[in-house]
Design a protein around this ligand. Structure first.
Ligand code: GLC
Ligand code: CA
Length: 564
């Protein structure tokens, strides 16, 4: 039997603060805005909020470059305001999870500034190396950053290079240094003592680098050297040490883990001495692309099912999954796995698809109303399309693709569903000015479809995706023995359109999910035999409609079969 735990049953709402809701009229999302929407968040039925970084940051990577771990970015508010939000969330029965970004800091962090000057104890806080070649003019090795370009930056003042696996404004911390680890544990305690309930740990499986920093596989155009720092030599040791901090609190950890397989995931999340409660992997986000997202392939449901099947089966009774479809790095799934034409229907099908899988559920701001990726290449007309983009990684990838000879048109087309910008447009609250996000001009382009796609309109429409999400989240809890804890059994593995699975609880009761994840008319006789006799329909993409001879676009249902 699977051990019951609060965080396993949890549905968590992710806030990317800059684009969530502006509360003070400067066009930038903030804590006041969050406060004003807490009841809305609670109304979704979620149990927790994960805040993408709220900390002091020059915003080179929108908060993932932290200049002070123990204070709030003034644009977002104050520490006291944060404490109020924390209290108000707790009063509403919601946990609060903070982003912990400790692979790197900002180059504006005082630790880094002192490290440049070799001030103790900060001299070896970062990964500094002498240059190679004549006069030390060449970087210490051939590693390339994840945001393409060299992973090394030279600092004349110190006369050395520092390593940055992400933007050059994000120097990597040296976790091999025990003092660094002590400082990080202090940061963790600072938030836990305040009452925060856990952490989402950014690229956490990359914090240990191979000794001697050997050259990476030369052909890799980005993340070169990854084989020497992804799941590096001391990763388990360091994570165990950080995990110790949590033992004094009933807190939880979810770790982001690039290039994760279920086999690897188990090395982090299995057993009594596990290091993380669950991992954020990426394989299920690669059903329409290869690896970094910018190499597009047509959406393949077969590929997606294969990934889910593997993860659901391998982690069953051994580890735990983090189930998400969108976040601040993953452009909107309706535009990727669903259909903008059948926005609501495909949004509902996707909601069903991932909500009844075993694991903790994540919902990203705007996902619940079916926000889609903006067409930055199409509007506003007559402007430079690249002026619409903000994200550091977008520009790096664009430049890399240009080097490989791709046309502007092609790059922009791919960017529509690959650029992280497309996940970050302001949340659309109303059909009014600036989508109700702010009284001032928003810091970032609003998707023009806000006149139709917004919270206010969705609240009024009984058939909206928003109301559907509320239902799905509630049903996931109501049928948690099967939905959250049950055993996954996939049918019709090779069907390109149908996603049919059972979730079987320990007592034999089960949920059956039948979905057409396409706009095709699929003969219903293909799946009829998987709907158990006497099963009770508990949810349907199309209201009050039974299956006809062939499916409607994105048609789907969930059935419940009690124990015999
Ligand atoms: C994670 C974050 C992403 C950030 C990167 C570097 O992948 O989700 O937004 O750019 O780490 O911190
Ligand atoms: Ca603001």
């Amino acid at each position: 039997m699977e051990e019951r735990k609060w965080f396993k049953e949890m549905s968590m709402y992710q806030i990317w603060p800059r684009s969530f809701k502006d509360g003070n009229g400067d066009g930038i999302g903030d804590l006041k805005g969050v406060m004003s929407k807490l009841d809305y968040i609670k109304s979704l039925g979620v149990d927790a909020i994960w805040f993408s970084p709220l900390y002091v940051s020059p915003q080179a990577d929108y908060g993932y470059d932290i200049a002070d771990y123990c204070d709030i970015n003034p644009e977002y508010g104050t520490l006291d305001e944060f404490k109020e939000v924390l209290k108000a969330a707790h009063e509403r029965g919601m946990k609060v999870i903070m982003d912990l970004v400790i692979n790197h800091t900002s180059d504006q962090h005082e630790w880094f500034k002192k490290s440049v000057k070799r001030e103790e104890p900060f001299t070896d806080f970062y990964i500094w190396r002498d240059g190679k070649g004549k006069n030390g003019k060449k970087p210490p090795n051939n590693w390339m950053s994840t945001f393409p370009g060299s992973a090394w930056e030279y600092v004349p003042e110190r006369g050395q290079y520092y390593l940055h696996l992400y933007a050059k404004e994000q120097p990597d911390l040296n976790h091999d240094n025990p003092t660094v680890r002590e400082y990080i544990k202090k940061v963790m305690r600072f938030w836990l003592d305040m009452g925060v309930d856990g952490f989402r740990e950014d690229v956490i499986t990359q914090i240990s680098k191979a000794e001697g920093l050997p050259n990476g596989f030369p052909l890799m155009p980005a993340s070169r050297g990854m084989e020497h720092y992804n799941n590096g030599p001391h990763i388990h040791e360091y994570l165990k040490e950080y995990r110790q901090v949590l033992k004094d609190y009933d807190a939880f950890q979810v770790g982001e883990a690039p290039l994760l397989t279920p086999e690897k995931a188990l090395t982090y999340v299995e057993g009594d001495d596990k290091e993380l409660d669950m991992c954020i992997g990426f394989q299920h986000m690669e059903a329409d692309c290869i690896l970094i997202g910018w190499v597009k392939t047509p959406f393949s449901l077969k590929k997606l099912k294969k990934v889910y099947d593997k993860w659901q089966t391998m982690l069953y009774h051994k580890g735990w999954n983090a189930n998400y479809l969108e976040n601040h790095d993953q452009p909107r799934t309706i535009s990727r796995y669903g259909s903008e034409k059948y926005r609501v229907e495909s949004g509902k099908a996707l909601a069903i698809m991932y909500s009844f899988l075993s694991g903790t559920q994540f919902v990203y701001q705007g996902q619940e109303i079916g926000m889609t990726c903006p067409y930055f290449d199409k509007y506003p007309e007559g402007t430079d399309p690249w002026a619409q983009f903000e994200d550091v990684s977008t520009f790096c990838v664009r430049d890399l693709m240009r080097k490989f000879g791709f046309s502007q048109k092609h790059i922009l087309k791919v960017a529509h569903t690959a650029a992280r910008d497309c996940a970050r447009t302001p949340v659309q609250w109303t059909a009014g000015e600036n989508a109700g996000f702010s009284e001032a001009k928003p810091w970032y382009a609003v998707n023009p479809n806000y006149t139709e796609v917004n919270v206010e309109a969705a609240e009024k429409d009984e058939g909206s995706l928003l109301h559907f999400y509320r239902k799905v989240i509630a049903l996931r809890k109501q049928y948690k023995d099967a939905a959250v804890y049950g055993r996954f059994e996939l049918h019709l593995k090779n069907d390109p359109h149908l996603f049919v699975y059972d979730k079987i609880a320990d007592d034999g009761s089960k949920l059956t999910v039948v979905l057409n994840v396409s706009d095709k008319a699929v003969p219903c006789k293909k799946f009829a035999k998987y709907i158990p006799e006497g099963a009770q329909e508990i949810l349907s993409v199309y209201d009050n409609a039974s299956f006809a001879a062939v499916t409607k676009p994105y048609e789907g249902k969930v059935y419940y079969t009690p124990t015999k």
